[in-house]
Design a protein around this ligand. Sequence first.
Ligand SMILES: [Zn+2]
Ligand SMILES: [Zn+2]
Length: 880
Amino acid sequence: MPPEELAKAYEPKDVESRWYPFWEKSGFFTADAASGRPRFAIMIPPPNVTGSLHIGHAFTLTLQDVIARWKRMSGFDTLWLPGLDHAGIATQMVVERQLAKEGKRKEDLGREEFEARVWRWREESGGKILKQLRIMGYSLDWTRERFTMDPGMSRAVREVFVQLWEQGLIYRGYYIVNWCPRCVTALSDLEVETETEPGSLWHIRYPEKAGGPGIVVATTRPETLLGDTAVAVHPEDERHKHLIGRPVLLPVLGREIPVVADEFVDRTFGTGAVKITPAHDANDFAAAQRLGLPSINIMDERAVLNENAGPYAGQDRFEARKGIVAQLEEEGLLVKTEPHPVPLGHCQRCGTIVEPRLSRQWFVKMAPLAAPALAAAEDGRIRFVPESWTKTYFEWMRNIRDWCISRQLWWGHRIPAWTCAKCDELTVARDAPAACPKCGGTELVQEKDVLDTWFSSGLFPFSTLGWPEATPDLARYYPNDVMMTGYDILFFWVARMIMLGMRFAGDIPFPVVFLNGLVRDEHGKKMSKTKGNDVDPLELVARHGTDAVRFTMTALGAPGTNPALSEQRLAGYRAFVNKLWNASRFLMMNLEGERASGYELRALPLPSRWILSRQQDVARKVGEALTELRFDQAASELYHFVWNEFCDWYIEIAKSYFPDPVEGPRTRAVLLEVLEKTLRLLHPVIPYVTEEIWQRLPHEGPSIMVAPFPVPEPGKIDVEDEAAMTRVMRLVTAIRTLRATYEVDRKRRIDVTVVAPAEADAAFITRHGPLLRHLAGLGEFRVVSSAPDVPGELREPVDGVELRVSMAGLFDVAAEKARLTRELAKIDDERVSLGRKLENPQFVERAKPEVVVQARQRVHELEERRAKVMATLDELGRVP
Ligand SMILES: [Zn+2]
Ligand SMILES: [Zn+2]
């Protein structure tokens, strides 16, 4: 338990290390299906098991925790389920790098041992991020933690795969896929980042076998000609009609290939003749299927040319390109080369240029899955926040392509399909079959490929709850209530969860999708490790404390923006946490041993009734903002209330009541009530500092995190009180502004006459006179219905009345006159000397032009200042 007294300064580290273990041990994070309360369920976007916390996690997850803590305090049985993703490629790469340090390759270990090694790594060092999630204070239900490769989730993966197969929605076949020669695996379309880069278009002559000039084709990838199996022209192209059906000779290899006709050829591109390379181009592959042409694969899995490449076998694809271009040139077959922009796909993970590759892969037919998922968003069962993402979702779902789900990796969910060695029969099954159902053979070979990582995370909303078993958790927490994640994985993850959830769990997985932006640096630039502008959230925590970082993330949570994170904002919210700490400390020191005594609301002075009323309004607005997922608005309401209204105004006012035997105790009661409730309002955003303070105040229950979230109390709302206090504050502010403008000594009392022509106004000012005098530091204070114009008086209109302040009351007029007179003399000296210079033609000609410009500008400034000083002197001259 914490020490009784609050420390002089807020020490985040000390406080944070105490409360998280307390919360976790007390079971406050654990959802309780038997609680009889309404439920609220939300899933974490499972971080990669290889990962460490980055700023994107900190952003999304802080917003999730705000919601989870708010719902829990609002009486909901709240499940926020944590988990990790096995992250196929990423994890395999980590362990492969470790092996490389030992001078080994995964092949040296063999598949089984390699997998065991990855598991070992996962047990020992994987999941570092789980500790970091605790540092951030996230209230995740650790008793339900999942991993996408744990037995339950693996079972769900197999179940979904088998059902999709049985429903005819999974097929396999030879297709051109995106292939990363560095990662040695197929990639889905989403895993490829395409950029247009400068390249060349090479025009190459394929001579006729009979000795004619043949035909010229244009290509951006000349090395692939080694795999050509035809040249295609448009059937009506007069330039090439005579060659259709006649053989030409493939350069370099001298292999004979036919000239074929196909309507897909664009007559306007290049020469109107295109080479057909079925094994290395998706369009050519489709054409070859139509035309019955063979495919020749010229590269291995690492994009090194193979035995089909003749003299270039053993060379890398780009090395071979150079050699082939040189050879063509030498042999006079290179007609011309022109610069040509080329769209190039890069592996999202490693940046390597993707190679289209013919290989046998597994696919999911997406159209039947997309239709209901599209309808759910169209009819409003699923809503996107911000709404603008709906259109993007529609477009993608309407043009959806089949999903290549097989990956040539060792780490992941192995595809549950077996081939009979005897009869080649393929069996897809939940468990390894004992014998071939066709021939009874027992030698069955399991598919080597694993599934795309997103296949398992796509089941997250229900596989984590025990599906396919009909568990109590599944019945209670599915569908979840909201999905919150970055917009960058809308298609990778969110869309797939919707499609798979509707198909297999029988309902939409969540009614609301909140897509947050991606955190940028303070100049609005994308953060990246390579650019060195990325920020480690734990380093921010070390410097500012978790609560300051969390408040910053919450304030940045405006929908539809990529927020800019700046040091200035972090420092500002750290100051906010400190301000709350200091205010609380001040109050506790002034409790004088007493605890909250009661008060009668109507008997309280205006400022106390005002702050109580204001608090109800803030409670309402924060509740509404969180309901609408407007985190930025909730943060802004809380910030303004605590900093301005509570600390700057109310606490300052309350101090003056402390010595009063009647007002003192009840003011302290109000202060305590407002502080305690404010802590509860703030708790979802800044859990640590609020718990630390709350435990020292009179309170009910074991922890603020299970105390009720404040709702507005109608009895304490009084709009008239709020309006009256606002008016008093405006008057005080007007006088404080005067003080600041004339740099009036803080202790100097100011004499004010208020001219209030209307009787109601006069009554109002008179009634609140003592408060005004106290807050504005007034000396003599009069309210009159009219007053003559007196020289040397400042007049300030505020809400229908006029404040009149004698300058003589603000400062020593004689001394000010003397000071201004001296200033005037100095101004005139400088003005005259500059004027002389500028009249001298030699100066104007010889001096640098900017010096002349500067001098003229200075004269202008001096003249302006002179006019002001003269006016003030004139005004002061009228002071009697
Ligand atoms: Zn790669
Ligand atoms: Zn068989």
